[in-house]
Ligand binder design. Structure first.
Ligand code: APR
Ligand code: PHB
Length: 389
């Protein structure tokens, strides 16, 4: 088999890249280790920045996002018994849409298949070859057969646990940056109406909590937990008691309960792997970087990476120039580091750190007070949140 661009991984990064390349008349093949049903049902993030909404709309895959997603113009910060609204739209002119990542995946898969795009599910044993030559290739097993895909470029969109990052040549010369947080998030999906019109990010001495949503009938709630804890240790009653304690303030607002139909614990890390290019192999999305979910940036960073790659590949095939491609890593990393900074700031600001001194806890509260009482600081948070940079 031969194609122009071999893409490993059918997450948001790989699928959107394949879609953008198709619109530019560039051929690609996407290799995915899981089944279509699995990628279309795995529960992940849910917040789309304005720029992400715009690119889905401009490229013809935003229809369901607009009709089924929820457009939000603000978020709330809760601490010390009070809630404070950050008016995203008034402060930045932009908004966010809450629309689950697996729905974005469904829309992109449908678009690729409608365009006869080559999307191979349930491949295994993916291995990369010749990435420092101009004829790289990928070998893999598909339906029991050994296959070889030759391409001009390989793009690793296979997430944090994929094979592309370890296949980057010059491992000894690479620079990785990492911070692992001493807590995780306990996430639940609940059958109920929304408790709030907007997302609530709550700081509490018992730990952080977040009220998010998935649809008018399904809600997504999280609370800070020990990352080594197990969902079996948490009965529904214990979960509700914890969420009520962390979220309900003096203002009479009440969290709506409902049937909990999914529980999971996610670890939290910040991670950046550099550079994002080696010869004809490029990394995009979670394969190259991870943010803690507090800033809701993961999916949006994957989108901005592949936007840059699509531009670089367009320049290569139209003009024969590798200028944009060779600038990809530096250009992408500028935005990535800013999002890493924001996600780290939000995480630091809102979580309870077991080793924080009483003085440090007061500093955390004072920082939140500053944000909600200064238009300048609130604007900065809002700009970062909607991705207006
Ligand atoms: N071969 C083929 N496919 C693979 C391999 C492999 N060896 N390893 C992983 N994959 C697939 C995974 O099954 C997954 O479908 O690559 C895909 C990677 O997708 P994501 O992890 O969703 O990564 P990305 O597309 O970069 O999107 C980042 O995902 O984790 C969230 O919060 C994050 O929203 C962000 C988004
Ligand atoms: C989610 O709905 O899953 C979600 C929302 C906001 C975040 C993180 C996750 O910051």
């Amino acid at each position: 088999m031969r194609t122009q661009v071999a893409i490993i991984g059918a997450g948001p990064a790989g699928l959107l890249l394949s879609h953008l390349l198709h619109l530019q008349g560039i051929e690609s093949v996407v290799l995915e280790s899981r089944s279509r049903a699995e990628i279309e049902s795995t529960i992940r993030a849910g917040v789309l920045e304005q720029g992400t909404m715009d690119i889905l709309t401009e490229t013809g895959v935003g229809e369901r996002m607009r009709s089924e997603g929820a457009l939000h113009h603000g978020i709330e910060l809760a601490f010390d018994g009070a809630r404070h609204r950050i008016d995203l739209t008034e402060l930045t002119g932009k908004a966010i849409t809450v629309y689950p990542q697996h729905e974005v995946i469904k829309d992109l898969v449908a678009a690729r298949l409608a365009a006869q795009g080559e999307l191979l599910f349930e491949v295994s044993g993916v291995a990369l070859h010749g990435v420092e030559t101009s004829q790289p290739s990928v070998t893999f097993l598909h339906g029991g057969a050994e296959c070889k895909l030759e391409a001009d470029f390989i793009i690793g969109c296979d997430g944090y646990h994929g094979v592309s990052r370890p296949a980057m040549p010059g491992q000894g010369l690479r620079k990785d940056f990492q911070r692992i947080y001493p807590f995780g998030w306990f996430g639940i999906l609940v059958e109920s109406a929304p408790s709030s019109d907007e997302l609530i990010y709550a700081r509490h001495d018992r730990g952080f909590a977040l009220v998010s949503t998935r649809s008018p009938t399904v809600q997504r709630l999280y609370f800070q937990c020990d990352p080594s804890d197990h969902t079996d240790n948490w009965s529904d009653d214990r979960i509700w008691a914890e969420l009520h304690a962390r979220l309900e303030n003096r203002d009479g607002w009440k969290l709506k309960e409902g049937r909990i139909f999914q529980k999971n614990i996610i670890g939290m890390r910040s991670f950046v792997s550099t550079p994002m290019q080696a010869g004809r192999l490029f990394l995009a999305g979670d394969a190259a970087h991870i943010v803690p979910p507090t800033g809701a940036k993961g999916l949006n960073l994957a989108v901005s990476d592949v936007r840059l790659l699509a531009r670089g590949l367009d320049q290569f095939y139209r003009q024969g120039s590798e200028e944009h491609l060779n600038g990809y890593s530096d250009e992408a990393l500028k935005r990535i580091w800013r999002a890493e900074y924001f996600s780290w700031t939000m995480t630091r600001l809102l979580h309870t750190f077991a080793d924080a001194t009483p003085f440090e806890r007061e500093m955390q509260r004072a920082e939140l007070e500053n944000i909600v009482s200064s238009r300048a600081l609130a604007t900065s948070l809002a700009e970062n949140y909607v991705g207006a940079f």
